[in-house]
Design a protein around this ligand. Sequence first.
Ligand code: ADP
Ligand code: MG
Length: 280
Amino acid sequence: MRALPETPLERIRAHLVGMKMSRALEVLDDCVRRIEDGQLSALEFLDELLGEERATRETRRIKSCLMTARLTRIKTLEGFDFSFQPSLDKNRILALAELSFIERGEVIHLLGPPGTGKSHLAVALGVEAVKAGKSVYFTTLAEIIDTLSKAEREGKLAQRIAYIIRPALLIIDEVGYLPVQKGGANLFFQLVNARYERGAVILTSNRGFGEWGEVFGDTVVAAALLDRLLHHAIVIEIAGNSYRLREHAKLVPDSLRLPPVSAQTKPKRRRGRPRKKTSK
Ligand code: ADP
Ligand code: MG
């Protein structure tokens, strides 16, 4: 350590520089002025200096962890209008925000038609987890399959899977929007298997479990996936309307309105127009 300055104030400044306490350094002069004016006691001075530094560091930590988690479009539980989705139990979601599901390594399924807030809630829970100091990774099913296919071609599949399953909470958005290409279901299964009973997962989907055979293009793999992803699982079905369309719902033709997403694991009958009766 270099020789310290003579006056206490200059020494405090040098300590703060040495300890890289930039926020404390910023507020130092103002705090000193308030001590001199009799507005701040010695203890209050210390409290404020350390409090400011700590709050700034915490904000910086959260920002950086949100980037690492790839939570860039921030959504919060405070920003979620529960009155718009009466089928959703607000207390159940708030209980999830206590994050004990992460400790227990549970899988949360958020099911519902497009625009019902599945991604919003998944991101909001991810943000809560980051704030609580948990590691989080947000991705979509399509991205996972893309990145695993690439890793497989490069002979790095095991490393890539290990990287994706490392965080305490893995969020996989948009299961079911895009059809899974050949080989994709197998790759995803390897990831799910590696993750099984090793950490919490949140999945969002616009398709019921009974449709997973169709989503993954393979009923055997779909059954094996469900076997693992429904063990230690919490299933939340949102049966409401699209928040995106709330002002224009009347403009959507009936033929494009989607039915509620069912958690039933049995395949549903095919959707679409009923077959014409053949006249005898
Ligand atoms: P989904 O993933 O179910 O298709 P999103 O979560 O992406 O739907 O929601 C679509 C948009 O509407 C997002 O901008 C989201 O923040 C917003 N949104 C959805 N539901 C609500 C809600 N109940 N309160 C506030 N905003 C909502
Ligand atoms: Mg979504």
